[in-house]
Design a protein around this ligand. Structure first.
Ligand SMILES: Nc1ncnc2c1ncn2[C@@H]1O[C@H](COP(=O)(O)OP(=O)(O)OP(=O)(O)O)[C@@H](O)[C@H]1O
Ligand SMILES: [Mg+2]
Length: 241
């Protein structure tokens, strides 16, 4: 992992607009930046454009207007053959997981390391450890089709974090798990963040947002993104839930 000085921006959007085909603009004039080492929630109603914004960030889509600057590179001016190297610095937890069905949980999580040429002996040490941490010690050899939604989600999270990416984009990563596991996963993200990874977690889960009230959030509504610094929640409010 590269250590980046705090204060530098990992990603910057300038007046970005996005429409699918001839449809309306899903995102309009989106301008924000994510400093290196930051950790944001991404909130907004269903259909507001959270997954779309994440797709723009991991270069799964190009904006219809405006400018995206990722790792100091203006994406519009970046050659196509240079994009995979930028993408490899990003860990993505997809809302629909996108695990490889013919591979075991262990092999799915090992994949980003194998692509990088990490030694098998290291893979055998690190991958089971991480899968155990997310509660899947008994499922290392399981194929995704035999796992529950919440178990698949944890495999997808393990795959996204195993390589300690510079940027982690997680789309509803706790949407299929209970509160206890959701908290454990958030702690995992916080640990990764302490090691230098910049993180964006899209969520609908208001309770989770309240519990991590120290985290700032990007909020999308009506195609616009605002950055909100959350107020520290009073302990009484949380206990009242
Ligand atoms: N591939 C696509 N083609 C056409 N329209 C799309 C496509 N993907 C998303 N949209 C539209 O863009 C808008 C934003 O969708 P998006 O999936 O980004 O919302 P979201 O905030 O992630 O919603 P949710 O909370 O339900 O996951 C919606 O109106 C949706 O219908
Ligand atoms: Mg979504």
């Amino acid at each position: 992992m590269r250590h980046r000085p705090r204060g530098e921006n990992i990603i910057r959007f300038d007046s970005v607009g996005l429409r699918y085909g001839l449809g309306p603009e899903v995102l309009q004039d989106v301008t924000f930046k994510l400093p290196a080492g930051s950790f944001h929630f991404l909130t907004g109603p269903s259909g507001a454009g959270k997954s779309s914004l994440l797709r723009l960030m991991y270069l799964g889509l190009r904006p219809t207007r405006g400018r995206v600057v990722l790792f100091d590179r203006d994406i519009a001016a970046t050659k196509r053959y240079e994009l995979p190297a930028l993408r490899r610095r990003i860990g993505v937890v997809f809302q629909d997981f996108r695990l490889l069905d013919h591979m075991t949980a262990l092999d799915n999580v090992a994949l980003p390391l194998r692509v990088r040429g990490v030694k098998e002996s290291e893979i055998r040490r690190h991958v089971p450890e991480l899968l155990s941490w997310v509660g899947l010690a008994d499922h290392l050899g399981a194929k995704p089709s035999t796992l529950s939604g919440g178990q698949k989600q944890r495999v997808a999270i393990a795959r996204a974090v195993i390589g300690r990416p510079d940027l982690l984009l997680a789309d509803e990563p706790t949407g299929n798990v209970d509160d206890h596991i959701a908290m454990r996963l958030m702690y995992l993200f916080e640990e990764l963040n302490k090691l230098g990874t910049t993180i964006v977690v899209a969520t609908h889960n208001e309770l989770l947002v309240q519990r991590f009230a120290h985290l700032p959030r990007l909020h999308i509504e009506h195609g616009m993104v605002t950055t909100l610094q959350q107020e520290p929640a009073a302990v009484d409010d949380l206990e009242a839930e």
